[in-house]
Design a protein around this ligand. Structure first.
Ligand code: ZN
Length: 622
């Protein structure tokens, strides 16, 4: 065959071959390769083998800023659509399912479901929207228990147990042995490291009677790390479980500290982080609106008559955040947590912890859990209500922080290795005076006055005495010794108290110990919520449920608004999960908060926590 003919055959053969694979795979044009290189550089990566495949640009084995090798995919406009670490444990688990390298368990304190969706249009693409648009989102997720407080919610979240089992029945209750107030996470045997431990400080999980997903993960793989960080001791400790490590904000020094339950000495990264006093860096800041004025039309204006002058934060924008302090000190460390700067402060520490502990890159090849409780949202809602511009602004700012956190993890370990979940410890009520201004039946109950009135009614019937000794949300404690010593009938006294309280202003329903112990509860949802919240050995004796929009809390006027009720504004909280390797994107319906922990344990292939009652949310799983 002549040279020219030979060449013609080869060319047409090459043409046929390239035609055959044109749709599936082709080399890049000069322009495409320049643009792809630029897009790659923006992701902090370079090198690798480039090709066009299935309508997208693929780069295999690029080396990125962390020195690791990745496969990256870009869409037709050179936007990143996938970044996968070469050493991801793809398909390494049962049923060909990979196990997450990191579970990022996000809790926003005091965050009702409606607040997550109400500001949807104000979010960036990579914060809450990553979960709402690209994740599985359960729009009708509820707490099943009636007592929607911080400690109760945090003890429930990762144990997937109800309070009647986990034993954390409130933020505080009365210790049956001492007759004194017991704070949910206090444990006098343990002290904070490197600073004083005030009375009733949270130092250990002793009062949480069950295990968490993190505990079961550590049981399965002793090398797994479980780190919980929160603005409140009770939130960090609840999420850390028995074997994880809790870091909680100290209002005394502005640092995220721990106790000698968890360790004897701070790790090197912690000491290095606090050497430069990073907690002082926001001192000169003040809190003003993030978005243009028009964006806040959906919220109620600030400086309303019923918002509180609290910690010198003021009632309108811009809010000073220093607590009246002249220099960084306790007043500032405390006050700033009641503003979005509390979230920024925690974010700084979170990054230090991820780096210091190398979370998500466990050398043993096992999963880690990072559980974060963002406290400032709850505080802002207590002062200004969930209907306020302040609460809207704080939420929009938290969205920016989440976007940064997700990007940070993506660059460090690849987001495809991370299972991200979002929930809350409870929702929130509107400020009762605001509800009243909208013609709803709303008001405030003062527990001390309620005890006084109940004792007066009981005294009239059974003789002078202090039959009700104390109140801790939402339980009244009965002096059964007094009843016995006077040879009174216990059930008659309980019933008389119940009858009196039923007519008390703002009270919806009242249940007694005898009713609950003997199965004499009505067949209502409310009664079931109370039963799940009530621990026979730990709880009080008469449970008082407030009417909707009525404020019932130990401090009747300290805060503008609160939570703690069985009503849906308090029980309906977010449940969203993101992680394309495990979660099928979509909007889903009914779930209970306890389902989240059960689902995570399932994805991690570990035992369900020992008192878990959730179900696996299999409809949202790949
Ligand atoms: Zn709260």
């Amino acid at each position: 065959m002549e040279g020219t003919t030979m060449r013609a055959v080869l060319i047409s053969l090459a043409f046929i071959l390239s035609m055959g694979t044109a749709l599936a795979d082709r080399p890049l044009t000069q322009e495409e390769s320049e643009r792809l290189n630029a897009a790659l550089k923006q992701e902090g990566c370079s090198g690798g083998k480039m090709e066009f495949d299935d309508g997208k640009f693929e780069v295999d084995n690029a080396v990125c800023a962390d020195g690791k090798t990745y496969d990256l995919d870009f869409d037709g406009s050179f936007r990143l659509i996938k970044k996968k670490s070469e050493n991801a444990q793809n398909g390494s688990g049962p049923a060909g399912k990979t196990v997450p390298k990191l579970v990022l368990f996000l809790v926003v304190d005091g965050f009702p479901q409606d607040q997550l969706v109400k500001y949807y249009d104000l979010y960036g693409d990579r914060g809450f929207k990553l979960l709402l648009d690209k994740g599985g989102w359960f729009g009708n997720n509820h707490y099943s228990h009636a007592t929607t407080y911080t400690s109760v919610g945090h003890a429930t979240l990762l144990s997937c147990a109800h309070p009647y089992k986990h034993g954390v029945v409130g933020n505080d209750w009365i210790d049956k042995n001492t007759g004194k107030r017991l704070y949910s996470t206090e444990d006098a045997r343990f002290k904070y490291l490197d600073e004083d431990t005030p009375e009733h400080s949270g130092t250990s999980p002793f009062n949480i009677k069950v295990t968490t997903v993190g505990d079961e993960l550590i049981y399965a793989n002793a090398k797994s790390k479980v780190i919980a960080i929160g603005g409140k001791d009770r939130s960090a400790i609840g999420l850390a479980g028995q074997y994880g490590t809790a870091y909680m904000h100290s209002a005394t020094t502005g640092r995220f500290i721990t106790s000698d339950y968890y360790m004897k000495e701070y790790p090197g990264w912690w000491k290095a982080f606090y050497e430069s006093m990073p907690q002082n860096k926001y001192f000169k800041e003040s809190w003003s609106l993030l978005l243009p004025e028009e964006a806040y039309a959906r919220s109620v204006s600030d400086d309303r008559p019923w918002t509180r002058k609290y910690k010198e934060l003021g009632t309108r924008f811009p809010h000073p955040i220093v607590g009246g302090a002249k220099e960084p000190s306790k007043a500032y460390y405390d006050a700033m947590m009641w503003s979005p700067f509390g979230d920024l402060l925690m974010f700084d520490f979170v990054k230090a912890a991820i780096e210091g502990e190398n979370l998500g890159s466990n050398p043993a090849g096992v999963a880690d859990i990072l559980a974060l409780s963002w406290t400032s949202h709850d505080y802002v809602n207590h002062l200004f209500g969930p209907e306020s511009r302040q609460s809207q602004d704080q939420t929009a700012r938290l969205d920016r922080i989440f976007a940064e956190l997700f990007d940070y993890l993506d660059k460090r370990i690849g987001l495809e290795n991370v299972l991200i979940t979002l929930s809350a410890d409870h929702g929130f009520m509107n400020i009762p005076e605001y509800s009243a201004s909208r013609n709803l039946d709303a008001g405030r109950i003062d527990p001390d006055k309620m005890i006084e009135a109940t004792n007066a009614a009981l005294s009239e019937k059974f003789g002078e005495g202090k039959y009700i000794t104390a109140w801790w949300n939402p339980n009244l404690y009965v002096d059964y010794k007094l009843i016995t010593s006077r040879k009174l009938n216990k059930v008659e006294v309980e019933n008389a108290a119940q009858e009196f309280l039923r007519d008390y202003p703002g009270v919806e329903a009242v249940f007694t110990r005898t009713q609950m112990e003997q199965g004499l509860m009505p067949a209502t949802k409310l009664a079931k919520q109370v039963i799940l919240a009530w621990h026979q050995k730990i709880s009080g004796d008469i449970v008082v449920m407030n009417k909707p929009n009525w404020y019932l809390f130990a401090k009747p006027s300290t805060y503008a608004s609160t939570h703690g009720s069985p009503w849906s504004y308090d029980t309906n909280v977010p449940l969203a999960m993101y992680g394309p390797n495990w979660i099928k994107p979509g909007k889903y319906g009914d779930s209970e908060v306890v389902d989240l922990g059960r689902t995570i344990a399932f994805l991690l292939n570990v035992r369900p926590p020992n008192a878990c009652e959730g179900r696996v949310l299999s409809e949202a799983l790949n």
